[in-house]
Design a protein around this ligand. Structure first.
Ligand SMILES: Nc1nc2c(ncn2[C@@H]2O[C@H](COP(=O)(O)OP(=O)(O)OP(=O)(O)O)[C@@H](O)[C@H]2O)c(=O)[nH]1
Ligand SMILES: [Mg+2]
Ligand SMILES: [Zn+2]
Ligand SMILES: [Zn+2]
Length: 501
């Protein structure tokens, strides 16, 4: 019923031994039964052959010996016949009892497995580690008494409802069971146990509770505005869209909250700082802003991870960790229009001094090849095969000359009027494609279409104006997120719609 992915199996193969004893019946029920029956017959056989071998070997002589011989003979026959029948009967009764117990045990295991599996799968519960980016169905749970990590805390050979840790502490192995801490007396469910990443090579702390991850990755070369986009979009979501839709937002960890507060400060002052490449090999290159979103119509709560990266690391393919986040909910590739040679040649002189110094200068075609390779690698997709993960190509900085008029509200209305056949939500997509084609970027558009099955173009301005000129006034930053949500998470998309009205 729940087909397991190749990646999940790869992770399973890496897992260390579980610090739990196996359930007796599940591990040894049948083999012990076989052993007991075999031993009973052997013992019976031995008794019978002992009687037969005593026929001639008794210490009596003459008539006594003959009488004892006859006695041993009949005793042997009796053991061989009646003993065998009796052993057979006992074995049958024993087998029936064991079979009944096993039936109950296996039915219990099957049921518990099914209920827990259905619960986790229908709710889409899983864990995406913000350090190693690996996605697992369960994290590694810490035993609250001895601290050992249990990577398989679900109904299996270690237990149907509970697993017993080596230290003797019982741990809840399904969502519906509670166990009591033998030292403190606290009672808790599985979701409340301390947890680490389900990838045993990582061991980063994770705090998934019971949530469904929504992982969005922002990509692009240096200075295209990735961090400005993250600042703008997280602020719009956390302060505007989600509260308006009636959602509660909670930061994932105190560190993530600090990160958000720094972003919110930049938002107010209209600033953005270059992302410094992390030189520490133990630190991940891509890092996320992560927060929970809760609402009565959102079951379970969502854990949004929005990943940013230093453009230098991205373009040089110098990431410390495998970029698995590219294979999850969706990816946003940010493009600086000034990186398009045609546009730059014509409009560079008109740029504000700060904007002129902040051009994301890498050739978009080269950026695109690095991007395609990364997404292929994350999803283990062979070159030449189309990639399914939704890709939003976002032209940023549309407040700048050269693009300002192309994507202005007037221009959008005029485009709509001239293209009555085009669906409302595809207008910007068509406008962006036209814009790129007209500026000798046809190759870029074709390469995107060849490699990605699900693509949409967007135009936005993260800051809304040149950096350092007052509070952010973002335009069009929510749209890519809404589009990704519509494709991958209907409940979340409805709330984003409600909060964007
Ligand atoms: N005019 C304008 N400038 C922007 C906008 N977004 C970003 N910029 C400018 O582009 C510069 C780079 O933006 P960042 O967000 O730091 O770019 P990044 O992609 O994160 O760059 P790295 O961290 O180096 O990878 C900023 O310092 C701004 O000057 C925008 O919406 N409008
Ligand atoms: Mg940055
Ligand atoms: Zn991890
Ligand atoms: Zn323990």
């Amino acid at each position: 019923m729940f087909g397991r992915s190749k990646k999940a199996e790869d992770i399973d193969a890496l897992l260390p031994d579980e610090p739990s004893g196996k359930n007796y019946f599940l591990e040894k029920g049948f083999s012990d039964l076989g052993g007991t029956i075999r031993e009973s017959f052997e013992a019976n056989g031995k008794t019978a052959s002992k009687s037969f071998s005593s026929i001639t070997g008794s210490k009596y002589s003459g008539a006594g010996k003959a009488a004892m011989g006859v006695l041993y003979f009949f005793a042997g026959i009796a053991v061989a016949i009646f003993g065998t029948i009796l052993t057979l009967l006992i074995s049958v009764v024993h087998s029936i009892i064991v079979f009944v117990i096993m039936l109950v045990v296996y039915a219990g295991l099957g049921l518990s497995k099914l209920i827990d599996g259905i619960y986790r799968h229908t709710l889409g519960l899983s864990v995406v580690c913000d350090r190693c980016k690996v996605k697992t169905e369960l994290p590694g749970y810490h035993c609250p008494v001895c601290g050992k990590t249990h990577y398989r805390l679900k109904p299996n050979v270690y237990g149907i409802f509970m697993h017993k840790c080596e230290c003797g502490q019982k741990l809840p192995a399904t969502f519906f069971i509670r166990t009591k801490n033998k030292t403190t007396g606290d009672v808790y469910r599985r979701r409340k146990l301390d947890a680490v990443c389900g990838n045993p090579n990582c061991e980063a702390r994770v705090y998934p509770d019971e949530s469904r991850p929504v992982t969005i990755t922002i990509a692009g070369s240096p200075s295209v505005g990735k961090t400005a986009y993250l600042t703008a979009v997280s602020h719009e979501l956390i302060e505007g869209v989600f509260p308006k839709a009636g959602c509660t937002v909670t930061h994932y960890t105190p560190e993530k909250e600090t990160m958000y507060l720094a972003a919110a400060k930049d938002y107010k002052s209209g600033e953005t700082a270059k992302t410094i490449e992390s030189t520490d090999r133990d630190k991940p290159s891509a890092f996320s802003l992560s927060f929970f979103v809760e609402h009565a119509k959102l079951k379970p709560k969502r854990l949004l991870h929005i990943f940013d990266i230093a453009g230098e690391t991205f373009i040089r393919n110098a990431e410390h960790e495998r970029q698995l986040q590219y294979s999850y909910a969706g990816v946003i590739l940010i493009v600086d229009p000034m990186a398009i040679p045609e546009i730059r040649d014509r409009y560079e002189d008109e740029l504000d001094e700060i904007d002129a110094l902040s051009i994301g200068g890498e050739d978009p075609n080269q950026v695109l090849s690095a991007f395609v390779a990364k997404v292929q690698n994350a999803g283990v997709i062979a070159t030449g095969k189309q990639i399914a993960v939704p890709v939003a190509i976002v032209i940023n900085k549309i407040d700048e000359p050269g693009v300002k008029d192309v994507f202005s509200e007037d221009a959008i209305s005029a485009y709509k009027a001239a293209h009555a056949d085009c669906e409302e939500d595809k207008i910007t997509d068509r406008m962006c494609r036209d814009f790129l084609m007209e500026n000798r970027m046809g190759n870029f558009v074709t390469t995107v279409d060849v490699n990605f099955k699900t693509v949409r173009y967007f135009a936005c301005s993260a800051i809304g104006h040149t950096r350092g000129q007052g509070i952010y006034e973002p335009k069009g930053v929510i749209e890519p997120i809404r589009w990704i949500a519509k494709l991958t998470d209907k409940q979340l998309a409805r709330l984003l719609d409600a909060g964007s009205e």
